[in-house]
Design a protein around this ligand. Structure first.
Ligand code: FJE
Ligand code: FE
Length: 340
């Protein structure tokens, strides 16, 4: 009788241990499955994934063939945004492809009210500012500068030969125009890269193929440098409310729809409304282009050269501040860049 009850208790304990083991086993299985699926889930939900088919691809609404012109001190620029052909593309104020050889360059000049993004394609540029910041960006490096309330600086080539790159001006919202200046520099090796199906991308700002750039964009924006092998195609989502453009750096590509005529190097394509960009490389050479998008500010703009504010009165105030070294221009009083 006694033996029987001990036996019973023993058996019930044994079955509860079994139950524990089964539950533990199930948990381990679930954890393993979950872990192996999460990255895929992330990929699947990633809007920049090739598998996410665009429902409303953006079409090219304008093509700009920038003429070369002079700016700064003997520097040659191909200005696409900021030219007569394309005054602005909110929030973008200017896009220059610059090609500069020593001793030309962009000597001491001010900025207020926006951000400048300088992306070196070839050669090197040295930057010096009135706060004592100094640095050189080389092929593949980026300088993301928030001028905010004021920067005075020089941008000059350092090496013989061609020094080539893109400079983009992104407007700041009225509430951000007078913020403290800030630099976000990235060396080529620090710029996130991703690769898939013959498509390589350098993620300067924003996100692509599930990879994010660490750059903080005060005005929400994306800046992707794509290289497509021959035969490759890509379908990149872009927030619907943003403006977007393509700048062809090298080769030729078909943008927007398969029957569009190919775009060539140095052309800027303004993309119309839709949920993303479709691109095909139908040529036998690599295609390299920058895809840039940004949230429009929809604010009035008053611009005088490198000062971009909302009203003419604020421009007048900016002249006054710059002239009398006030409200962010204090350090300009005793500063000029050092000559090499
Ligand atoms: C400028 C004088 C300037 N495009 N692309 C007047 F020098 C400049 C200026 C530049 C610039 C600089 C680089 Cl590194 C590349 C550029 C113009 O600095 F914008 C105005 N308005
Ligand atoms: Fe500048």
């Amino acid at each position: 009788m006694k033996l029987k009850s001990i036996n019973k208790r023993y058996l019930s304990r044994l079955s509860s241990i079994k139950l524990y083991i089964i539950v533990l086993f199930c948990f381990v299985c679930w954890a393993l499955i979950f872990h192996s699926f999460v990255p895929n889930l992330k990929n699947m939900s990633s809007t920049s994934d090739q598998s996410s088919v665009l429902s409303k691809p953006r079409l090219v609404v304008k093509r700009v063939n920038p003429n070369t012109q002079n700016d700064g001190d003997g520097a040659v620029v191909r200005r696409s945004i900021g030219s007569m052909e394309l005054r602005r593309l909110d929030p973008f104020l200017m896009l220059d492809e610059f090609a500069v050889t020593v001793p030309a360059g962009f000597p001491d000049h001010p900025h207020r009210g926006f951000e400048t993004v300088t992306y070196m394609l070839e050669g090197a540029f040295t930057h010096q500012d009135f706060a004592g910041n100094k640095g050189t960006i080389r092929t593949g490096d980026v300088q993301w500068m928030t001028a905010g309330r004021g920067i005075v600086h020089s941008e000059m080539p350092v090496s013989e030969g061609v020094n080539r790159g893109l400079q983009l001006w992104i407007n700041l919202a009225s509430k951000d125009k007078m913020i403290e200046p800030k630099y976000q520099d990235m060396l080529k090796e620090e710029i996130s890269r991703a690769e898939k199906d013959g498509v390589e991308v350098r993620i300067i700002a924003g996100e692509c193929m599930g990879v994010k750039s660490p750059v903080f964009t005060r005005t929400p924006a994306m800046f992707l440098d794509f290289t497509l092998k021959p035969e490759a195609e890509w379908h990149q989502s872009i927030p619907e409310s943003w403006n977007a453009f393509v700048y062809v750096i090298e080769g030729e590509g078909v943008f927007g729809s398969l029957d569009a005529s190919p775009a060539q190097a140095h052309q800027l394509l303004v993309m119309g409304s839709g949920d993303g960009l479709s691109v095909w490389n139908k040529s036998s050479q690599p295609l390299r282009f920058a895809l840039v998008g940004g949230q429009p500010l929809n604010e009035p703009i008053a611009q005088y050269g490198p000062f971009v504010m909302n009203t003419q009165a604020e421009i007048q105030k900016t002249f006054e501040d710059y002239r009398s070294f006030k409200n962010g221009f204090e350090k300009a009083r005793h500063w000029s860049s050092q000559q090499a």
